[in-house]
Design a protein around this ligand. Structure first.
Ligand code: CP
Length: 317
């Protein structure tokens, strides 16, 4: 695997390899010394053109736990504010000879475009409404830890599917692992033709009892140029997950950040049926696994060289 751009690029075997690696890093994370020397001498650049808390912090910490040097750039406050283009920004950061570049950018396809410009491994940390593959991987990892296998699980993805890169990645990822996926939301927030991805579509929560897992999506008001629902209050009345709707055996997931009281009620957020905290914790070890899979034993054509024989992950740094 040279880059991580889309869940479309990953077959089930590749997903299993990443999840197994993440499980071994979860074991390392329970030790007193949580750091391993695997990426010593390599540089990881994280470059975020959109807001992020979870993805940016977990990729940074993942790279540090693997002993890489990390350069973290947020577009706001950088020379992007002075008009520097993405290409020039990448050229500038490439002078540090990064082994990997983690990019979040508002334009779909931006990460794939980057692969044409750099030697580094490129990781898509969210490109517009297109893909967020590391989120899908951490969600699969989290759910497997709770229910053992996704084979035959009935997963409903509820809310603003139209603007959601998470939904697009997770539909593919959950299906790859044997789950059946239903998307539900107001007609204005369900992309036309989404059935072609193999999922079912519902425009209400009338049949929500059949779901094993409810994966809730944030209303992405920052991507809405017009009103997609009559009002947030009306949306919450029809689609909010609350204790009145949640069945006792159902699990709740959300990629974060949540809009409390909109797509999810506070008591559901705090319920032990909700996996949100586990998702955040999984983000660290899954992103360590992604960096490991991309960077160890990798032939590089730039000035730097990846180790042919990576240091075993069991050895502390
Ligand atoms: N889920 C997710 O991508 O969260 P952040 O925007 O905080 O990174």
């Amino acid at each position: 695997m040279r880059h991580l751009l889309s869940m479309e690029d990953l077959d089930r075997d590749r997903i299993e390899t990443i999840l197994e690696r993440a499980a071994s890093f979860a074991e390392v994370s329970r030790r007193e010394i949580k750091k391993v020397p695997t990426l010593r001498g390599q540089t990881v650049v994280t470059l975020f053109y959109e807001s992020s808390t979870r993805t940016s912090s977990s990729f940074e910490l993942a790279a540090k736990r693997l002993s890489a040097d990390v350069v973290s750039v947020k577009a706001g406050g950088s020379s992007v504010d002075k008009g520097e283009s993405l290409k020039d920004t990448i050229e500038t950061l490439s002078a540090y000879d990064p082994a990997a570049i983690v990019l979040r950018h508002p334009y779909a396809g931006s990460s794939r475009m980057l692969t044409e410009w750099v030697d580094a491994a490129v990781i898509n940390a969210g490109d517009g409404m297109h893909q967020h593959p590391s989120q899908a991987l951490l969600d699969i990892f989290t759910l497997r830890n709770r229910i053992g296998s996704l084979e035959g699980a009935n997963i409903w993805i509820v809310g603003d599917v139209l603007h959601s890169r998470v939904a697009r990645s997770n539909i593919q990822g959950f299906q790859q692992m044997g789950a059946s996926v239903t998307v539900a939301g107001p007609p204005t927030l369900i992309p036309r033709g989404i059935e072609s991805t193999g999922c079912e579509v519902r425009y209400s929560l009338d049949e929500i009892d059949s779901a094993d897992v409810l994966y809730l999506l944030r209303m992405q008001r920052e991507r809405m140029g017009e009103n997609f629902v009559p009002s947030i209050r009306e949306y919450a009345r029809l689609f909010q997950m609350n204790t009145r709707r949640l069945g006792p055996r159902q699990l709740v997931m959300h990629p974060g950040p949540v809009n409390r009281g909109v797509e999810i009620s506070s008591d559901v957020i705090d319920s032990d049926q909700t996996l949100i905290s586990e998702q955040v914790a999984s983000g660290l070890v899954v992103r360590m696994a992604i960096l490991y899979e991309l960077l160890t034993g990798r032939e590089r054509t730039g000035n730097g060289s990846a180790p042919d024989d990576p240091v075993p992950i069991g050895e502390p740094a």
